[in-house]
Design a protein around this ligand. Structure first.
Ligand code: NAD
Length: 345
């Protein structure tokens, strides 16, 4: 029987997770929520996704009809239909929402805007899928932490230990967000180390990692500048690191010079060229010519499409929590094949 999935918060992440769930033959999307009438409601209706309200307030539910949308009820009505809920709310309502999910006796998955302490469990497909098997709830780590995990976890597994220093060069805002900045400045995150690197340790505590972060005036991607110290006798070379990443799911390794993809602008253009919906890139992009192992020290750059790298991870997290697939690689392959077939790419 298909796993019944609810999405609470049909925004930037929620609308993408909804499509990714809808693509899976072992899952059924039972509904999505919005706080009030908006274009997002029309999008849900066009897709045929049942629409619910984020609250149970009769006045809030009634407002949808006034706005011309069919609302099937409040969040409690939606939870009653679901086996599991994916919380894609803005990252400030976790305490209230988790109490609601627990009260309804439903499994739950939060996003990286919430802290690890909320769930006491975090998730990244390649790092700790098996630790999430059958648990009541988890948190898919942020776009940055997901990106770091994708390339660092296989490196750690090849070497046996890893010390990492990295700088997150962060997009200032998502493309659809006109309220954030900076628009003409480079803004260091004055929390040192930043939370991004250490958050990797919530899914792979064996990796020693710290990070700095700066926000820059772009909307399309984050870039990570990474220095990783490998243990003595690691036996790796620049070529073997590249081969390892080429064989890693959801990592793309390409020469920037040969392909004329030398910046995040061209990476995003490539995603649009190959027909990815919204111009998304679920994979982490590593510039082949930006990777260099000098002695025990590895230098590399990678680009993260912040709105989309976590999307397939949410689908894998559903399978882990519901205990229907124990092998992370099998789940990743199934998730990715279904998404590609759904969009015809
Ligand atoms: P968003 O603002 O685009 O969407 C949030 C949605 O939740 C909106 O539709 C909003 O109406 C709805 N909402 C508001 N209050 C709610 C409530 N109490 N309960 C349920 N839904 C509510 O936000 P987003 O960018 O999609 O971020 C969602 C989560 O994903 C956050 O934790 C964020 O940190 C995380 N995340 C975001 C990105 C990104 O690049 N946008 C990347 C990775 C992770």
């Amino acid at each position: 029987m298909a796993i019944k999935v609810a999405i609470n918060g049909y925004g930037t992440i929620g609308k993408r997770v909804a499509d990714a769930v809808d693509a899976q033959d072992d899952m059924e999307l039972v509904g999505v929520t919005k706080t009030s009438p908006s274009f997002g409601c029309e999008l849900a209706q066009r897709k045929g996704f049942p629409l619910f309200c984020t609250s149970d307030s009769a006045a809030s539910i009634a407002a949808f009809a006034t706005g011309g949308f069919e609302c099937h009820g409040g969040i409690s009505d939606l939870l009653a239909l679901a086996d599991i809920v994916i919380d894609c709310s803005p990252g400030i309502t976790g305490d209230e929402n988790i109490a609601r999910y627990r009260g309804a006796g439903k499994k739950f998955i939060f996003q990286g805007g919430e802290k690890h302490a909320l769930t006491g469990q975090s998730f990244s497909s390649s790092a700790n899928y098996s630790e999430n098997l059958g648990v009541a709830g988890t948190r898919v780590v942020s776009c940055n932490t997901t990106g770091l995990s994708r390339t660092l976890v296989p490196l750690y597994e090849a070497c046996g230990s890893l010390k990492v220093e990295c700088t997150m060069i962060r997009r200032a805002a998502d493309p659809g967000d006109s309220t954030k900045g900076p628009i003409n400045a480079i803004k260091p995150v004055l929390e040192v180390p930043s939370h991004h690197g250490p958050d990797v340790m919530t899914v792979k505590p064996e990796i020693e990692i710290n990070s700095l972060a700066v926000a820059v005036p772009t909307t399309i991607m984050h870039v990570h500048s990474i220095i990783a110290d490998l243990p003595e006798g690691h036996g790796m070379s620049t070529d073997s690191v590249l081969e390892m990443w080429k064989a890693t799911p959801r990592v793309i390794v390409m020469s920037g010079v040969e392909n004329r993809i030398t910046s995040t602008a061209e990476v995003m253009e490539m995603a649009r060229d190959i027909g990815r919906k919204w111009g998304d890139l679920h994979e982490i992009f590593v510039w082949e010519d930006g990777v260099s192992l000098l002695g025990d020290r590895l230098y590399y750059f990678q680009a993260i499409h912040q709105e989309s790298d976590v999307i397939p991870e949410n689908v894998d997290a559903i399978r882990a929590l519901m205990g229907v697939e124990s092998d992370w690689r099998a789940s990743v392959a199934k998730t990715d094949a279904a998404i590609k077939a759904y969009y015809g790419i």
